[in-house]
Design a protein around this ligand. Structure first.
Ligand SMILES: C[S@@+](CC[C@H](N)C(=O)[O-])C[C@H]1O[C@@H](n2cnc3c(N)ncnc32)[C@H](O)[C@@H]1O
Length: 408
C-alpha cells in the first residue's frame, strides 16, 4: 500500500533529512538526468583534475607508500568508493566512472611487478547514497545499460583484472551513519551539501526575531537574524556530515566535496538568481491576486549556500582530517559546449531550462505547499520571466567550493 504523503514526509524527517528534498526521477524531459547532462560538462572540466590528484594522494596514504612502492607490494586490492547525494543522473554515472578510472590508472603500476607471476585482482565497491525518495530504479537501469561503468566490469588492464566491480544502493540521509567504521577509501559528494536536514525552527516561528516573514530563501535580502539561523543550521549539519564520514573513512581515505557556494562578497558575482527568479514570479502572482501573501510567508527552503570563509572555518575545526585543498571556483554556466548551445538557442528554451532547474531543486517542496494547480501556475511564470530576462542567467557564473580532505 502507498503510504500517505504526510507519512512519507515524516519518515524522511526521522531520517535526518528535510522532507520534500528530491530531484525529478526518470530520464525524460525535465528530469534531473536530462538537466545534469548540461551542467556536468562545465563542472567536469574544473573538478576532475583536482579529484584525480586527490585520489592519487589518498591511494599513496592508504597504501602507506608511494604509489609505485605500495602497489608493488600490495596483495589483492579493495576500494570502497561512495557517492553521497548521488541522484539518478548521467552525472552520477560520470562521477563514479571517473573515480574508478582514477583508481584503475594508478593500479596499472601492478603490471610493473618484478615477479609478474600472478594477476592481482582489484575489488571495487561503488556505493551510491541518496535519500530513499531518490529514483534508485532509474539509477540501476542506467548502470545496467551501455554506460561506461558496465564496460569496465571485465576490463583487463596490463595484468590487473577488475573482476569485482559491484554497485550498491545505500538509501538514507548522509546526516546519519551509513557505513561500518574504517570502511571507505573515498567519500565523494557533489552539489548536495547545500541541502540542510531541516528549515531552522526559529525561521518559521512568527514570535521569533528570526521569523522569515517574506518567505522563500533569499539570503542576501533576508534579516540578519534569519541569516544567522540558517548559518547555524548549516554548521550543525556540516559538522554532523563530517563527523560520520570521519568514522567511516579508512586512515588515508579521501573526503572530496564539490559544494554550491554563495557568491556573497565575491566581486562581480550575481548571487542565487534561480531563487530570485522564483521569488519575483511569486511576488508577481501575489500582486495579481493569484497567490496569497501567506503562501510566500509560510514557505522556507531547507537550503544554505556557504561562502568559502564559512567552509574554511568549519574545516579548521576538523581535527581528524588533513586539508589537501579548500578553494572557491567560479564555474562558467555557459562555456563553449552543449550548455551554451542549448541556452543560446532561444529565450523559450532557456525559460524551459530555468523551469526544469527550479522544479528539480525546489519542486519537491513547492508542489505540496501550493497544491498542483498553483504550483504549475508558478512554474509557468518562472519560465516566462526567465525567457524574457535571459541574459543575466546566460552570462552568470556558478560559485562552487571544492574540498579535499585526507582522514588522518
Ligand atoms: C543536485 S543533486 C546532486 C546529484 C549529483 N551528486 C550530481 O552531482 O549531479 C542533490 C542530491 O542530494 C540528495 N540529498 C539531499 N539531502 C540529502 C540527504 N540528507 N542525504 C542524502 N542525500 C541527500 C538529493 O536527493 C539529490 O539527489
Amino acid at each position: 500500500m502507498e503510504p500517505s504523503q504526510d507519512r512519507k514526509q515524516e519518515s524522511l524527517a526521522s531520517l535526518g533529512a528535510a522532507p520534500g528534498v528530491r530531484m525529478q526521477g526518470g530520464t525524460g524531459a525535465g528530469s534531473f538526468h536530462e538537466f545534469s547532462m548540461l551542467l556536468q560538462s562545465a563542472l567536469n572540466v574544473f573538478f576532475q583534475p583536482k579529484l584525480c590528484f586527490a585520489i592519487t594522494t589518498a591511494c599513496e596514504k592508504l597504501l602507506g607508500k608511494s604509489v609505485d612502492e605500495g602497489y608493488a607490494k600490495a596483495d589483492d586490492l579493495f576500494f570502497a568508493l561512495a557517492d553521497f547525494g548521488c541522484a539518478s543522473a548521467s552525472s552520477t554515472i560520470t562521477n563514479m566512472d571517473f573515480m574508478i578510472k582514477c583508481v584503475l590508472s594508478l593500479t596499472s603500476f601492478l603490471s610493473r611487478r618484478e615477479d609478474g607471476a600472478r594477476t592481482r585482482q582489484l575489488h571495487i565497491q561503488a556505493l551510491f547514497n541518496d535519500l530513499p525518495s531518490n529514483d534508485f530504479n532509474t539509477l540501476f537501469s542506467l548502470l545496467a545499460g551501455s554506460g561506461p561503468l558496465s564496460s569496465e566490469v571485465d576490463m583487463e588492464t596490463g595484468g590487473i583484472s577488475l573482476k569485482n566491480f559491484v554497485p550498491f544502493g545505500v538509501p538514507g540521509s548522509f546526516y546519519r551513519r551509513l557505513f561500518p567504521s574504517r570502511y571507505l577509501s573515498v567519500a565523494f559528494s557533489a552539489l548536495a551539501l547545500h541541502n540542510l536536514s531541516m528549515v531552522p525552527e526559529a525561521v518559521e516561528d512568527q514570535n521569533s526575531p528570526a521569523w522569515n516573514e517574506n518567505g522563500l530563501w533569499n539570503f542576501d535580502g533576508c534579516k540578519s537574524e534569519t541569516a544567522l539561523e540558517y548559518k547555524r543550521q548549516f554548521e550543525r549539519d556540516f559538522s554532523t556530515f563530517m563527523a560520520y564520514r570521519s568514522q567511516e573513512l579508512l586512515s588515508g581515505g579521501l573526503l572530496f566535496c564539490v559544494m554550491i557556494a554563495s557568491n556573497r562578497g565575491v566581486e562581480g558575482m550575481h548571487s542565487n538568481n534561480l531563487y530570485e527568479n522564483l521569488q519575483k514570479a511569486w511576488r508577481e502572482l501575489i500582486s495579481e491576486g493569484l497567490l496569497s501573501q501567506e503562501s510566500l510567508d509560510t514557505f522556507n527552503l531547507p537550503l544554505f549556500l556557504p561562502t568559502l570563509e564559512e567552509v574554511k572555518e568549519m574545516v579548521e575545526e576538523q581535527k581528524e582530517f588533513e586539508v589537501l585543498l579548500v578553494e572557491y571556483v567560479a564555474v562558467e554556466r555557459a562555456p563553449a559546449n552543449a550548455w551554451k548551445k542549448f541556452a543560446a538557442a532561444d529565450g523559450q528554451m532557456w525559460g524551459n531550462t530555468i523551469q526544469t532547474m527550479t522544479r528539480n531543486f525546489m519542486g519537491g517542496l513547492l508542489e505540496p505547499h501550493l497544491g498542483v494547480p498553483k504550483f504549475e501556475m508558478l512554474m509557468q511564470r518562472v519560465k516566462e520571466l526567465a525567457a524574457a530576462d535571459d541574459e543575466r542567467f546566460r552570462s552568470s557564473l556558478m560559485g562552487t567550493i571544492v574540498l579535499a580532505l585526507i582522514r588522518k
